[in-house]
Design a protein around this ligand. Structure first.
Ligand code: ADP
Ligand code: MG
Length: 577
């Protein structure tokens, strides 16, 4: 015989490995238990990396001594009553594995008291061996202390990263939960220092500010969409704030923080062309679904979930994010709560210094009339935000300078043109076909074999976008027609880039819509050049066109179309406040 039954102590240590990967896993499980116990205040103490000490204290419902003794046993939980409960989980925990797992790889002490008891009880477990509960003075609630994590699993211990890194994970865990439970007061103490003190908040905006900071939060706006018994809500960064990774993108299902591929993809797709390549939004997305629609029992640490109707969930999130952003793009910057187009947003996005150099006096050789100032009312006011701007002139061959009711607006004419062309093209596709114009002379381009194959595969999509391409010899192609809304010009380079882009999209998402959008972006970008003098008529037409399109505040690459300097900004710049 070659098979043996593992001794219980080995088996539990192996099982613990799935739940307790590192100190932050302990914090996560303990804070989840505190939340499930209805705590209003949760305090976490961590020493160093957390391996020597983690203590979590709550003012929740507590446990009677009998429950206390059971709580550290494997598969013991108060959160499921019948088998069917497993398919409608409303609590954060349910597996009954956290306390026993932690107890098997550490020295654990739980002290707990319920409202009905005169005194509390203490239970100690060392490496899985528990003592009897003994009376202990304590307030109502529960305190769990975990010492010498991984003391009996030296290999695990070796895998721990630097104390800073482990502390970073612990901070993430607390921040993720704090965003979903705004009514709970969270504290984090590290080696004697109070790191976080998130008092309870009535509004989620306030919690966002505590967790993400004022700067990031000021660039975010709320959104929500209800669809039957499901809903999506949260906060989205509106450009120009963006980040080099998905660190500020958090997704939740029924208040549980999850790392879910479907949700992340959907949120990013919702942003579509609003972000530059390689840039990510700050977004907090709460998805609420009937409990039966989601299986949370697919990952030991419960970080992943599975949806019964994955495609529907995906599309719901895309739609919610897109609508939220559209709404936001339609609101003139000055009307929003916080200044988002100005200093705050810009400094988040790119180098802040460029701002002051950009603002040297000589480039600003004009006057900014305030509301009701000399120029106000001179021009017939349009109804849209852009067409009601007063055109002051063109700067450096590519920026339009306009007076807005509450300050000054700069518009990047190239970015604006691109967005307008892009939206027209998209509109054309949605309404059956883009109008084309034949080229007098076909533009012939030669491609290396691999790209030739790729572009051939793109013929159908290109055709839909209004580009008529035909094979012309072995590796040569002839472009015979282009979309009517694009100006005449040389489109060979654009075609080359489309072929290259197609290769990249293939690897990632095969979604056709995605491909179309990227190709349109290239098409629009390649042809409309900056540094062209526009006359007033042309500027007026461009502004009117901007009012007619969605997402007018960003070009299809995600660069801003508009930067606004509100009165408050200007006053700050001139130190008047
Ligand atoms: N902080 C706490 N306050 C009150 N009860 C708790 C607390 N932590 C754990 N418990 C009780 O111990 C049980 C076991 O906890 P745990 O091992 O985390 O499993 P689960 O959370 O999956 O039920 C819980 O179901 C709960 O009844
Ligand atoms: Mg639990």
């Amino acid at each position: 015989m070659k098979i043996i039954l593992l001794p219980e102590s080995w088996a539990s240590r192996i099982a613990a490995g799935e739940v307790v990967e590192r100190p932050s896993s302990v914090v996560k499980e303990l804070v989840e238990n505190a939340l499930d116990a209805g705590a209003a205040e949760i305090s976490v103490w961590v020493e160093g990396s957390g391996a020597s000490l983690i203590r979590v204290s709550d003012d929740g419902e507590g446990m009677v001594p009998e429950d206390l003794a059971l709580s550290v046993e494997r598969h013991s939980t108060s959160k499921l009553r019948e088998e069917a409960d497993l398919f409608r989980i409303a609590t954060l925990g349910f597996r009954g594995e956290a306390l026993p797992s932690i107890a098997s790889v550490s020295k654990l002490e739980v002290v707990s008291r319920t409202k009905g008891q005169q005194s509390g009880y203490r239970l100690q477990v060392e490496g899985g061996k528990k003592g009897p509960p003994s009376a202990a003075g304590c307030p109502v609630g529960t305190t769990v202390e975990v010492r010498e994590l991984f003391f009996n699993t030296p290999v695990r211990r070796k895998f721990l990263k630097s104390p800073q890194t482990e502390l970073g994970h612990i901070c993430d865990v607390i921040n993720h939960m704090a965003l979903a439970f705004t009514g709970v007061h969270f504290r984090l103490h590290h080696s004697g220092k109070l790191l976080y003190d998130y008092v309870r908040c009535a509004r989620i905006e306030d919690r966002l500010r505590q967790v993400l900071g004022a700067e990031v939060t000021s660039g975010m706006a709320g959104f929500s969409l209800d669809r039957g018994r499901s809903s999506v809500s949260g906060f989205l960064s509106t450009a120009p704030a963006s980040f080099p990774n998905t660190r500020y993108l958090s997704t939740y299902v029924n208040r549980r923080f999850v790392r879910d591929r479907v949700l992340t993809h959907a949120a990013l797709e919702g942003y579509e062309t609003l972000l530059m390549k390689g840039r990510y939004p700050a977004a907090v997305v709460f998805l609420e679904l009937p409990y039966g629609e989601v299986d949370v029992n697919v990952h030991p640490a419960k970080y992943e979930v599975r949806f019964r109707r994955q495609a529907e969930v995906h599309d719901l999130v895309v739609e919610a994010v897109r609508l939220g952003l559209k709404q936001q793009a339609k609101t003139p910057l000055a009307k929003r709560d916080e200044p988002m187009g100005g200093l705050v947003g810009l400094s988040v996005r790119e180098t802040p210094q460029s701002y002051s150099s950009f603002f040297s006096g000589e480039q600003l050789g004009f006057q900014v009339p305030g509301p009701g100032g000399p120029a106000a009312g001179q021009r017939e006011m349009g109804t849209g935000f852009f067409s009601s701007l007063e055109i002051l002139g063109q700067l450096l061959g590519c920026y339009l300078v306009c007076a807005a009711p509450d300050g000054m607006v700069l518009i990047d004419q190239h970015a604006a043109h691109e967005r307008v062309a892009f939206e027209k093209m998209r509109g054309g596709i949605e309404n059956e076909g883009v109008e084309t114009q034949n080229l007098l002379l076909p533009q012939v381009l030669e491609l290396p074999f691999a790209e030739a194959v790729r572009i051939e595969a793109l013929f159908a999509v290109l055709d839909q976008l209004g580009f008529a391409v035909e094979r012309f010899g072995s590796n040569s192609f002839a472009l015979k027609a282009i979309p009517a809304l694009l100006p005449p010009g040389d489109y060979r380079e654009a075609l080359r880039r489309m072929a290259a882009e197609a290769a990249e999209v293939e690897k990632g998402l095969e979604l056709r819509r995605d491909l179309e959008e990227r190709l349109m972006t290239i098409a629009c970008h390649s042809v409309i050049r900056a540094n062209r003098k526009l006359d007033r008529e042309e500027i007026g037409a461009l502004l009117t066109a901007l009012d007619g399109v969605d997402f007018a505040t960003q070009c299809p690459h995600g660069r801003p179309v508009i930067v606004e300097f509100s009165r408050a900004h200007l006053e700050r710049l001139f130190k008047r406040t």
